[in-house]
Write a protein that binds this ligand. Sequence first.
Ligand SMILES: Cc1cc2nc3c(=O)[nH]c(=O)nc-3n(C[C@H](O)[C@H](O)[C@H](O)COP(=O)(O)OP(=O)(O)OC[C@H]3O[C@@H](n4cnc5c(N)ncnc54)[C@H](O)[C@@H]3O)c2cc1C
Ligand code: SF4
Length: 481
Amino acid sequence: MGDIRGFLKVKREPLQCRPVCERIKDYHEVMTMRPDVRSEEQASRCMDCGTPFCHWGCPVGNYIPEWNDLVFHGQWDKAFELLYATNNLPEITGRICPAPCEYACVLGINDDPVTIRENELAIIEHAYSTGVIKPHPPKKRTGKKVAVIGSGPAGLAAADQLNKAGHSATVFEKDKRIGGILRYGIPDFKLEKHIIDRRIGIIKKEGVRFVPGINVGVDYSVSKLKKEFDAICLAGGSRVPRNLKIEGRELAGIHFAMDYLTQANRRAVGEKIPDSKLIDANGRRVVVIGGGDTGADCVGTANRQGASCVVQIEVLPKPAECRTDDFPWPKHPLILKTSTSHEEGGERHWSILTKKFIGKNGRVNKIACVRIDSSKKDTRPCPITQEVPESEFDIDADLIVLAVGFIHPEHAGLLDRLGVEFDNKENVKTDSNYMTSVNRVFAAGDMHRGQSLVVWAISEGRRAAHFIDKYLMGQTNLPSM
Ligand SMILES: Cc1cc2nc3c(=O)[nH]c(=O)nc-3n(C[C@H](O)[C@H](O)[C@H](O)COP(=O)(O)OP(=O)(O)OC[C@H]3O[C@@H](n4cnc5c(N)ncnc54)[C@H](O)[C@@H]3O)c2cc1C
Ligand code: SF4
């Protein structure tokens, strides 16, 4: 531990964001980097506790106290080596991870936690800017071939690890470009796409092969896949959206969040969308249904497209602003999150149920809602929700975005043709070695775990790679997390 009194001298200072009036006019990243010296100061706040709960809170098990100490001492290259040992995509998690580690930081018990995510970002960007990151192809090849299906964070992490172990990894992707939700879901104002391209450039030079534009199971048969590869890693995500099957759902102007965000991301890089398919918030009264992170991304996108007003509604009650007894430290608490998109405009309302969509000439122009009371409790853990009598009201809206989550991966196509079994949530079921019910076929990421976080997808990809290597070689040196 570098500075034993660091946390007493230095206050938490998160990264600054560009002013709202500036950033709302473009799609560039909202966050700005800080000078290294500020990160060194922030790293000095880490107390190097005997039992680092942050490490427990991080799904990839980052060596947080150790690299904080190295940063404090200006040993940036060593900090990078340590960070890279556990995380294949720190430039991504450093930008968009909700940082469960910080909720488990011991300093957070009675002070503000260490800026762990920002320190992680500082380490990796320092390594890029000083040229420390270079492609390191494996010295020996095993002669084994592995197909990774899906190029989101789970597929990228799995392929990177398998390649490091000397296997020839081929990543198939049905979209035109590599990255999964990182590319087509998460907006540029949170993650500019050249950050993904920079990483893919390195992984490619290290020997991973990328095959975009191929829907495996449809354009590339399952029998060919099984014949050509020694093992298969399914990392296709979980993309079947939850629908709101209520009166008026068929009206024009109601879209799933991923359809809206994918188009917006395509347009941000200059792709033309035909007018007949265009989903544009310009001049429209937008209602985003769903109070989570995806909903927040839709709010930020609608504001940038020039929506006349944006309202986000959520059926659950407003979460507490700080930890409650239900979520004692170091548990990841359910608390109110205000994203940079919320700072940019619009209203948020909780405890509101959408009853029906109302339209005129085939297009939605308002939604009928009712207020919900969730205060009643019984012995069951789930809240009892009741409509508040005579609380019905309408919200004017001519563009509605449904951001109410995803139910499970698409079964039609690859999964059905492979014949893998599903768990009780309809995700791909595996044994404790990440192998599905079909021999030689493994699964990782949202397709296996259900909709989750980027850092969990990376963790899953790494774990699957560990077990694939073990299966192929009889033993493995790849870490198990
Ligand atoms: C809008 C949105 C915003 C989010 N924001 C955050 C955030 O800020 N922070 C965070 O931590 N998490 C966030 N998440 C969650 C996170 O993005 C996901 O948990 C993560 O991307 C899952 O990674 P994955 O690799 O399992 O799947 P995905 O990223 O979904 O990638 C799967 C890929 O597989 C491809 N594929 C599927 N089937 C086939 C096939 N048969 N052949 C070829 N390719 C196929 C798909 O096209 C896709 O590209 C967000 C999610 C959404 C939807
Ligand atoms: S990956 Fe996420 S949880 Fe892990 S150290 Fe980084 S910010 Fe924290």
